[in-house]
Ligand binder design. Sequence first.
Ligand code: SF4
Ligand code: SF4
Length: 156
Amino acid sequence: MSYKSIKKVKTVFIVEIDFRDSYLKGEAIGNHDHSGFMAYVVTDPCIQCKHTNCAAVCPVDAFREGPNFLVIDPFECIDCDACVAECPEEAIFPDDEVPLEWEDYIDLNDRLSEEWDDHVINEAKEPLPEVDEWSGRENKREHLVESWEEEIKPVE
Ligand code: SF4
Ligand code: SF4
């Protein structure tokens, strides 16, 4: 399913849940503002770092783990913003604020969250061993390891 399709499904789902919750509580609709229907996105600076502080604070277990990168499942994310401040690499953005050069990470988070669906991460782990060498480097996309079968290459 494409990212846009997920957003449509998510929109309907959230509106239905909001309506049901509000109805059950006897409240007016509109206590949650989902008018933007965003999801948060992990971008390039995360590659080869994987501090994982972000995953520990996510209230809905939206993070999925790859060998040297984390992604956010756009269907699970409830746009709470809690993970952003936890990332020392400043790698996480709302989807409408992703820097232009990293826009492909929106679809990448969507695709890899499906591929890594069995790798839910909801607690902090040790970062990758060479995090100090990789932290702050630019344009790490070519070093992204998508498959758990692939070997992580040492820093050059
Ligand atoms: S805290 Fe930042 S760098 Fe670390 S895993 Fe999360 S997104 Fe990646
Ligand atoms: S914005 Fe909130 S719900 Fe979405 S991934 Fe971050 S912590 Fe999880």
